[in-house]
Design a protein around this ligand. Structure first.
Ligand code: FNR
Length: 370
């Protein structure tokens, strides 16, 4: 491995190292993968309006998420089955997040249990929840997460059925031998049967509750005192309902372009969701964040922080815990540099006027809002 200088470089290394079935599962989006490309491309259409001659000798990137102080607004999204990438799997991710002073979100479909991840040591962790048809299973799991010290639930709301990921269908994707969905092992739901298509799609069709609706956000609040983040909001309408339903926060996400294809990139959807939330709850974003400049753009459009998905599994595959640490460090360094070069010393100094988007007034016309 030569010197790694940016987050994206880990993808090619992961592709070389991993079995095709595993790499394809991590990398793929749904159907035409239009949204997958758009999640990246949309960032490149947003430009900076940097301010100059500001003393940037001290940069403070710290922030608070649901009352928890973290070192930077860069957090880890839930990605399933991390032991396919590296034997240390979720343990490595948990340790890397903790040493970077940031939050890890553990997937329901992790190959390590909530208790195992908690045993890696201190750290602020959120638990991502998929709601199963069997609500006793859900209630038990939420209770276990709470007891294991998890601080919030990220309720994934974009997956009543699994998106059509054609590579997984062709590969007949299934969990490799020796691995299970560890949180469900004792509940006899930890295995994924082989199927005539994606084994995961069949598992979802069999187990996940398609009737899930807003009233279930209330139900979830009745069984836990953990705050609930609604993960998968793309419209102002749903942002308003999420707030009314008692959500503690909103994650603008298109599931890494793995669910409905031809939804907009999350960075394009962000501003309307922020408007819909009316400042009543924090709005976060995930999808396509690969550079410190991307983090800055999201914050300028109103995000309180971002999450990364694929960079974690690719760097895990390449170099285990050290890889994930390096990804977090590179994003941190790039983000700090972006702040300095745009004249922002704290996150609150990042404003809408530090960027210009395609949907702003064309240049040459009356000046932007000041
Ligand atoms: C995911 N994502 C996801 N989301 C979720 O709520 N539960 C899960 O178990 C998973 N699993 C998962 C596996 C893999 C391999 C990927 C790539 C994604 C979606 C994830 O939380 C996040 O929304 C995206 O990954 C963000 O986009 P980027 O950073 O991957 O571009």
């Amino acid at each position: 491995m030569g010197e790694i200088t940016n987050v994206t470089e880990y993808q090619a290394i992961a592709k070389e190292k991993l079995p095709k079935m595993v790499y394809d599962y991590y990398a793929s989006g749904a159907e035409d993968q239009w949204t997958l490309a758009e999640n990246r491309n949309a960032f490149s259409r947003i430009l900076f309006r940097p301010r100059i001659l500001i003393d940037v000798s001290k940069i403070d990137m710290t922030t608070t998420v649901l009352g928890f102080k973290i070192s930077m607004p860069i957090m880890i999204a839930p990605t399933a089955m991390q032991k396919m990438a590296h034997p240390d799997g979720e343990y490595a991710t948990a340790r890397a997040a903790s040493s970077a002073g940031t939050i890890m979100t553990l997937s329901s479909w992790a190959t390590s249990s909530v208790e195992e991840v908690a045993s890696t040591g201190p750290g602020i962790r959120f638990f991502q929840l998929y709601v199963y048809k069997d609500r006793n299973v859900v209630a038990q799991l939420v209770r276990r997460a709470e007891r294991a010290g998890f601080k919030a639930i990220a309720l994934t709301v974009d997956t009543p059925r699994l998106g059509r990921r054609e590579a997984d269908i062709k590969n007949r994707f299934v969990l490799p031998p020796g691995l299970t969905l560890k949180n469900f092992e004792g509940l006899d739901l930890g295995k994924m049967d082989e199927a005539n298509d994606s084994g995961l799609a069949s598992y979802v069709a069999g187990q996940i509750d398609r009737t899930l609706s807003w009233k279930d956000v209330k139900w979830l609040q009745s069984i836990t005192s953990m705050p609930i983040l609604v993960k998968g909001v793309l419209t102002a309408e749903d942002a308003r309902i999420a707030v009314q339903s008692g959500a503690a926060g909103i994650i603008v996400s298109n599931h890494g372009a793995r669910q409905l294809d031809y939804v907009p990139s999350t960075i394009m959807a962000l501003e309307e969701v922020v408007k819909g939330a009316q400042g009543r709850v924090p709005v976060f974003l995930d999808g396509g964040v690969r550079r410190g400049t991307d983090v800055f753009k999201a914050l300028a459009l109103g995000a309180a922080g971002i999450f990364i998905g694929r960079p974690v599994v690719f760097s895990l595959a390449a170099d285990g815990e050290a890889g994930v640490r390096k990804v977090l460090q590179m994003l941190r360094d790039e983000f700090e540099l972006t702040m300095a070069l745009s004249g922002c010393r704290t996150l609150s100094e990042i404003t809408r006027n530090h960027i210009v988007t395609e949907w702003d007034a064309p240049r040459g016309l009356p000046a932007p809002r000041l």
